[in-house]
Design a binder for this molecule. Structure first.
Ligand code: PLZ
Length: 441
């Protein structure tokens, strides 16, 4: 028997409502909110709010707190660094943590070649810097991206992101030289071969000297946890090689153990020329990395890369604790177990409930898509109602997908089995009750 979720008030409780009203008077309206609950502290896989409610965390702050939002080793490493100094700026004077983080990434990121790493703070910055480096290396201007991709909210990465609303509405004009190629989404009948043929056609159409980089998420995150059709990533690798394009694998959401391997691209046996990490890398502190072939990485001239906070020492100290957790032999098998548990709870719904179109994903990056049977018309209304029912019952689950019709599960990799089961039972009950309301309407 498990004691979570533990609800003492309705969700959100009175203190959260009070604070949320203050937020509305102080914070720019542009920030959305999934669940207007204020957090006071975190456990391994739980979040305690300011009203004393304990919620089950199936979001990990969008795939960030993979080793827990209050991981003891992360806190100890950061506390020790905090006692020494908080910042020097790595472009002004150096510190060891930055080098150790780069070494670990060079060693563990896929690709049997000499590597170099550059650290930054956010995922969008990593994406932008990968494009800078690919341009410097190739002397070419453009970026090829995949339909339904998400790469960030800065001007270039907004242009690279597919979904218009809420990310791009009213924020243009965007940098040009970004071209979008089709996806290979098996649920929608999009096979690898036609998508790859179109990628190649676009490259030839724009000319062999146009594309510096081809950027791809090995499993799409915000776009709906789409696992591409088998062979798609390998095909992109072959095309990038053939046309001398830098293959940039965006592992910002899928990397660092999330899918049961250290990197999602390993499931396909593919190595990017450049691989991007962020999110889980800093264990909750802002840290991102661009890691790649040393000849490509070193194409950017000395002084060409950087940023005041790039590779902040507190964030590097946190990352070293995250690496220790990932190096534990028991962790990745545990992530495979999370996938099995999620499938055991959700897959029976595929035959039971018409609108459950697919259960997919890898490891602790799993999703369920809602769509009309036959037409596959997206049912974001159902996904939103189910997420709201989970929230009211004390389970923090997120939606995603270009059409908002997907519920995604991103539990901490260290979630305890009884907590995961309790969260999934609430999710399944929420799906059943929304489906029953729907049938009665
Ligand atoms: N690449 C694959 O998933 C961030 C976005 C949340 P930043 N995804 C969460 C939101 O609504 O802003 C992401 C990603 C992939 C790049 C990014 C960008 O990372 O750290 O948010 O800049």
């Amino acid at each position: 028997m498990t004691t979570v979720p533990l609800l003492r008030t309705e969700i959100p409780g009175p203190r959260s409502r009070e604070l949320h009203a203050q937020r509305e008077a102080a914070v720019a309206a542009g920030f959305g909110i999934t669940l207007p609950v204020f957090i006071a502290r975190a456990g391994t896989s739980t979040l305690e709010d300011v009203d004393g409610n304990t919620l089950i965390d199936l979001a990990s702050g969008i795939a960030v707190t993979s080793v827990g939002a209050a991981n003891p080793q992360v806190r100890a490493n950061v506390a020790a660094q905090l006692e020494l100094f908080t910042h020097t700026c790595f472009m002004v004077t150096e510190y060891e943590g930055f080098v150790r983080v780069a070494e670990w990434l060079n060693q563990h990121i896929p690709g049997d070649f000499e590597k170099r790493t550059a650290l930054f703070s956010t995922g969008a910055e990593a994406v932008e810097n990968a494009v800078k480096i690919a341009r410097a290396h190739t002397g070419r201007p453009a970026v090829l991206v995949i339909d339904e991709a998400y790469h960030g909210r800065s001007l270039l990465t907004m242009a690279m992101t597919a979904k218009e609303h809420p990310y791009k509405t009213s924020f243009g004009p965007f940098p040009d030289a970004v071209v979008r190629a089709p996806n290979a989404n098996p649920l929608r009948g999009e096979g690898a071969e036609p998508a790859l043929a179109e990628v190649e056609r676009l490259i030839v159409e724009h000319g062999r000297e146009y594309f510096a980089a081809l950027v791809v998420e090995p499993i799409q995150g915000e776009g709906g946890f789409v696992v591409p059709a088998p062979g798609f990533l390998r095909g992109l690798r072959r095309i990038a090689d053939e046309y001398g394009i830098v293959l940039v694998v965006d592992e910002i959401q899928s990397g660092l153990g999330r899918t049961g391997r250290l990197f999602a691209s390993e499931h396909e046996g593919v190595a990017g020329d450049i691989t991007l990490t962020a999110k889980a890398l800093g264990g909750g502190l802002p840290l991102s990395a661009v890691t790649g072939r040393s000849d490509i990485m070193d194409a950017a001239h000395p002084g060409g890369l950087g940023g005041t906070y790039a590779g902040n020492p507190l964030a590097c100290a946190a990352a070293l604790a995250v690496f220790d957790a990932l190096d534990e032999p028991g962790l990745l098998p545990r992530v495979a177990g999370i996938e099995q548990t999620i499938r055991r709870h959700l897959e029976p719904l595929l035959t039971e409930i018409d609108a459950v179109a697919e259960v997919r994903g890898r490891g602790a990056m799993m999703a369920v898509e809602f769509a009309d049977p036959g037409t596959l018309a997206p049912r974001s209304d159902l996904a939103q109602r189910i997420a709201a029912a989970c929230h009211a019952a004390g389970v923090l689950a997120l939606t995603c997908g270009t059409h908002g019709n997907v519920i995604r599960l991103l539990p901490p990799l260290v979630i305890e089995e009884p907590v995961l089961n309790a969260g999934l039972e609430i999710l399944v009950a929420s799906i059943r009750s929304v489906a029953a309301e729907e049938a009665a309407a």
